[in-house]
Design a protein around this ligand. Structure first.
Ligand code: FE2
Ligand code: FE2
Length: 367
């Protein structure tokens, strides 16, 4: 079915064109890769998987409660609108929120695929080109999976959020080769990863849990790549150049915090924009959610060496400064372990069956 018929609102032109700037770079040096980057490339190859097979698409999903969202987590909860909602309305609201959220994931994943391809094109070193080629494939898989979930299980999509589109456009229009890393790998993916993690750890629905756990297993590599590449590069930049990057980060963080909160959903339920913004601002749940959204970005920014005074102050003002000390490596290791554990649990029964078969075969062979 054409996606167009599933959009909650007309997304406008069927394609969005962003004029490319900057050079495509070839290198004739094929043999001086950095060990850690080449090891990550190897891991990227080893850990490829097929979203059509690894995910159990037969699992049923209630489109009116795809994620098992509790009432308190809905922004309208406790407002004057809540009492007027019927159970059917509440189901619709849950469906719209899940659709809005996963649609932003989907559009973001397409953006990630395009940025990873851009990095293949523009980054000067072969080891980074190799790695980013595997990431391009990872992001294609993520876009495929989120798209399938929305088409088959939720039956509704939202257009891309204006601020997300704005940040993606700024990232892609910039001719400096490190900007797709900074805008996409650090900011947009950092934010997405935190949101994925919160849903993965709170949902009791098996299908979205699988999707998020497996996508996050890949993302752990992407973050590692961004950190490695930028840490090396930023050591060579001047103070002025570093400050420019910090400004970009500050602006991006403000934009994401203030605008990425699903006001579009409430507008579809007859709530005025102004009122919807107030509710999102006041909602205790969203307040915490917004703060946690930065749990992956802040330590990463600090780690790559963007930790000037202005940036620190911006994070103090946003109440997320102390997140700079959280252990990113540990979070990433946990993301990988959660996916592996889920696989073990799901396939333990199958494995037992296979072992029994082999044992039988050996017994027969020996007889
Ligand atoms: Fe992704
Ligand atoms: Fe990614």
């Amino acid at each position: 079915m054409s996606t167009h018929t599933l959009y909650s609102k007309d997304p406008g032109d069927p394609t969005w064109q962003v004029p490319a700037t900057g050079s495509a770079r070839f290198t004739w040096e094929y043999d001086d890769g950095r060990d850690r980057l080449l090891a990550l490339y190897q891991k990227g190859k080893d850990k490829q998987w097929d979203g059509a097979r690894r995910i159990d698409w037969d699992l049923e999903v209630d489109p009116y409660d795809p994620l098992g969202t509790p009432d308190e987590a809905l922004t309208l909860y406790g407002t004057r609108h809540w009492g007027k909602l019927t159970e059917k309305d509440k189901g619709e609201l849950r469906r719209h929120y899940a659709s809005w959220q996963f649609s932003q994931f989907l559009h973001g994943e397409q953006g990630a695929m395009i940025c990873a391809a851009r990095i293949v094109e523009s980054v000067p070193d072969m080891d980074a080109k190799f790695y980013s080629a595997t990431q391009t494939m990872d992001e294609a898989r993520h876009a495929e999976i989120y798209g399938r979930f929305l088409h088959e299980k939720v039956g509704m999509l939202y257009p891309i959020n204006d601020s997300l589109q704005g940040l993606l456009g700024d990232t892609l229009r910039d001719s400096r080769w490190d900007m797709p890393y900074l805008g996409m790998q650090v900011l947009i993916e950092g934010l997405a990863l935190a949101a994925f993690g919160m849903i993965r750890d709170s949902t009791d629905k098996p299908l979205p849990k699988q999707i998020l756990a497996y996508v996050m297993q890949d993302e752990a590599r992407h973050v590692a790549f961004g950190r490695m590449a930028l840490r090396d590069h930023y050591k060579q930049l001047t103070d002025a150049e570093l400050r420019e990057r910090e400004e970009f980060v500050i602006e991006g963080c403000h934009l994401m915090r203030d605008r990425l909160r699903g006001v579009e959903v409430l507008e579809n339920f007859g709530v005025s924009t102004k009122e919807a913004e107030e509710y999102s601002e006041q909602s205790e749940f969203l307040h915490l959610f917004r703060k946690l959204l930065f749990s992956r970005i802040v330590p990463c920014v600090k780690d790559i060496g963007l930790w000037g005074e202005r940036l620190q102050k911006a994070y103090v003002d946003m109440g997320v400064f102390e997140m700079g000390d959280s252990n990113l490596d540990l979070l990433m290791t946990q993301d990988e372990e959660i996916a592996e554990r889920l696989d073990r649990e799901r396939f333990a029964a199958e494995e037992a069956g296979r072992v029994a078969e082999v044992t039988d075969a050996i017994a027969e062979g020996g007889a």
